[in-house]
Write a protein that binds this ligand. Structure first.
Ligand code: SF4
Length: 602
């Protein structure tokens, strides 16, 4: 049943009343409208625009930008299956075909009765327990035909999600190997007490001594970032602390586990940062795919408020005020880029900013902002408690401490592994039961493909820097299918702001599709390399600059696998003219397929 204009006005009004009337409320408001009305109708956009004093174009632009918002109604059950390569290895594509058939709906469409929509989505952060998916944003794990049958029955029976068996939503932590951080015993408030006793300046010195570098992958020195922010903070430009929990890199899921098991430590690390920088407000930007963590995290925040660990005069220190707001994303990989994340927090499309200036001096609302990864804040809290030397004693000279890895793919024991920096791939593969791998993708699709002959290489900023994704590929896997999946991912996730990435990633995808479907020629391989180089060098942000990595690194390691897929002819058009004319031939009764073609083969 469709909502009437009166319903839309009433529901939108009720949602608007929950939020402050300012631009930064836009995304949460649109999320709520989507949840209640199953889309964001134009009428609601106008109403929101009037209430927040924003132009309709901005509201429409934001709605169309995020994958979890839509301008057309989706089904009451919105089912999305993860399209991550780790899920593919577990048979997700075949399962998706079965799912769609059983539901009686084409992927990407809503069923005629409006009850259910089925589609694929980017990695849902459950690569260790796939095939995985989402229903109305909530995680579904370990899907198989039995579970699919069960879900189809629940959907067709119109059973409310709250009455579905909880086993369907079970998400395991799968911690396989714990180290310095995961073994650390930590009681809420202990790091903060220690920091207050030591003082902000001395705590910053401990951070410096620890050698902690950002765990998101870029590896910027944490203490330096905090110090720059501290120095840029003024009464007119107050600082902010942002935890980047938009863990969208396919194959990464360690932040999910940290948020589930060690939320106090994440928030405490943010609070220590606030003590040092002088920030009074923090945000944790949680990826939309981790909706199941939203309420538990809110509960932890509330418990901290009750315990005097958030709010005013923390732990009795007059003037030390700090609170954290949980902000839910809406399905956009690019929001993992720190300036895009800040744009999103401000109620805009997640388009990366020009840099410099950097967020540390001109971030949220133009003010100094520290953006750090979940794992970085966990490490910071433990360092504040135990001191910098405790942390610096582990790892290598340039990479102190430990790294959490999310391991998935062709291995016996997928899950979370914590290692001191400097560990070799060979050791990791032996531990997770992936010894027979022919290659591993380190750092997700934007990282590097490492061939078997390089398995002595080490996880460290000075060798293989990674945000934590490690995907294992067994000897029987089709390398080009893997690269094709990564390339399609980037083409889908490009924000469209700059031409080299917007057009280039689509050209890469199309050329790779052509090669993979057996129509590629040596000319296409040259084209592929040329486009890849242009995308890499001319793109505006990290997404475009790394989008061609899977192609370039595998072309270097395995040129023969590409060569083997090429046709012998020098050129073949990317557009199948004859196939496109098939319908016209049928309508006119012609049976002269390929009559127009005069192709000369070598
Ligand atoms: Fe957007 Fe891609 Fe350009 Fe980055 S490189 S700004 S993701 S279009």
């Amino acid at each position: 049943m469709h909502a009437t204009d009166t319903d839309i006005t009433r529901m939108t009004g009720a949602i608007l009343a929950r939020y402050p009337a300012r631009a930064t409320s836009l995304l949460p408001i649109l999320r709520d409208i989507q949840t209640e009305l199953r889309h964001v109708p134009r009428q609601a956009m106008c109403q929101v625009g009037a209430a927040l004093n924003l132009p309709l174009t901005q509201i429409q632009g934001v709605t169309e930008f995020y994958a979890f918002l839509s301008t057309e109604p989706v089904g009451r059950y919105d089912i999305r299956l993860s399209d991550s390569i780790s899920d593919h290895l577990l048979g997700s594509r075949e399962l998706g075909g079965y799912f769609a058939e059983r539901l009686g709906v084409q992927p990407g469409l809503t069923r005629a009765d409006g009850l259910v929509r089925f589609d694929y989505t980017a990695c849902t952060g459950l690569c260790d327990q796939g095939p995985a998916g989402l229903v109305n944003g909530y995680a579904l794990s370990r899907l198989d035909r039995n579970r699919v049958d069960q879900i189809v029955e629940l959907v067709n029976g119109e059973i409310p999600l709250t009455d579905w068996p909880q086993t369907l939503f079970a998400v395991e932590d799968n911690i396989r190997q714990a180290g310095l951080l995961l073994n650390d015993t930590f009681s809420p408030g202990a790091a903060l007490a220690q920091s207050l006793a030591r003082g902000a300046t001395a705590t910053l010195e401990e951070m410096t001594r620890s050698g902690l570098r950002g765990r998101g992958g870029a590896g910027y020195t944490t203490a330096m970032k905090w110090q720059f922010c501290r120095e840029a903070t003024t009464p007119a430009a107050p600082s902010y602390v942002v935890c980047n929990a938009d863990e969208g890199e396919p194959g990464t899921f360690k932040d999910r586990v940290l948020l589930n098991r060690h939320a106090h430590r994440v928030f405490e690390g943010m609070t220590v940062c606030a003590l040092i920088t002088g920030a009074r407000q923090g945000f944790l930007y949680l990826r939309g795919e981790y909706l199941h963590l939203y309420q538990p995290l809110q509960a932890v925040l509330e418990a901290r408020r009750q315990a005097g660990l958030l709010g005013c005069n923390l732990r009795g220190q007059s003037g030390f005020d700090f609170d954290i707001h949980l902000f839910l994303g809406a399905g956009a990989y690019i929001c993992g880029e720190e300036s895009a994340l800040i744009e999103s927090l401000e109620g805009k499309r997640g388009v990366p900013r020009n840099r410099p200036p950097y967020p540390v001096t001109h971030g949220y609302l133009g003010c100094p902002t520290v953006v750090n990864n979940v794992e970085t804040f966990v490490a910071a809290a433990s360092i504040a408690l135990h001191g910098g030397d405790w942390f610096a004693a582990v790892g290598t000279a340039k990479s102190r401490g430990t790294k959490l890895l999310s391991i998935s793919g062709d291995c016996e024991r997928p899950g979370i592994y914590e290692y001191p920096f400097g560990v070799s791939l060979a050791t990791i593969l032996a531990d997770c039961g992936g010894e027979t791998a022919f290659g591993v993708q380190v750092g997700g699709p934007s990282g590097s493909f490492i061939a078997r002959r390089e398995f002595e290489r080490r996880i460290a900023y000075e060798d293989l820097a990674t945000g934590g994704s490690l995907m294992v590929f067994g000897p029987e896997r089709d390398l080009l299918a893997i690269v094709r999946n990564f390339t399609a991912f980037f083409a889908h996730e490009s924000c469209g702001f700059c031409t080299p990435c917007r057009v280039g990633t689509s050209l890469l995808k199309n050329t790779l599709d052509k090669i993979c479907t057996g129509h590629g020629t040596p000319y296409d391989l040259v084209e592929l390399t040329d486009i890849a180089r242009q995308v890499q060098t001319a793109s505006h942000c990290g997404l475009g600059q790394t989008a061609a990595n899977p192609i370039l690194t595998t072309l270097e390691c395995y040129p023969e696998r590409y060569q083997a897929r090429l046709k012998a002819i020098r050129f073949e058009p990317g557009f199948d003219l004859d196939g496109s004319l098939a319908q016209a031939r049928a309508l006119t009764g012609r049976d002269d397929a390929q009559a127009h073609l005069a192709q000369v083969e070598d």
